[in-house]
Design a protein around this ligand. Structure first.
Ligand SMILES: [Zn+2]
Length: 99
């Protein structure tokens, strides 16, 4: 989250303890409803992976690259939308792996 807050310039509220407080509260509220909070690892390669077939594109490590075409499946990706889809999929994978 530190890297994300820095790159998105969220400012002090999120980078301080705000995020920790938010997730603690969210976890509590979910458990009240018999639900669980899962965490996607901060080093999960959400921006580098094609959300369609999983091709890893190291070129997307360059933050200035906002859109890219997957060399494997030819899908045109918006960097942030592709990353969001990958994070959603990884979260669902973690949820399904819960005991
Ligand atoms: Zn692809």
């Amino acid at each position: 989250m530190k890297a994300v807050s820095r790159s998105l310039n969220f400012g002090k509220s999120v980078s301080d303890n705000g995020w920790g407080m938010f997730t603690t509260f969210l976890k509590y509220k979910l458990e009240e409803q018999g639900k669980k909070l899962v965490n996607v690892d901060r080093f999960f390669a959400s921006s580098q992976t094609c959300s369609v077939y999983g091709y890893k594109n190291a070129k997307t490590k360059n933050l200035a690259l906002r859109e890219w075409d997957c060399p494997q499946c030819k899908t045109h990706h918006d960097r942030d939308v592709n990353a969001a889809v990958n994070i959603r999929n990884e979260g669902m994978r973690l949820v399904n792996a819960l005991p």
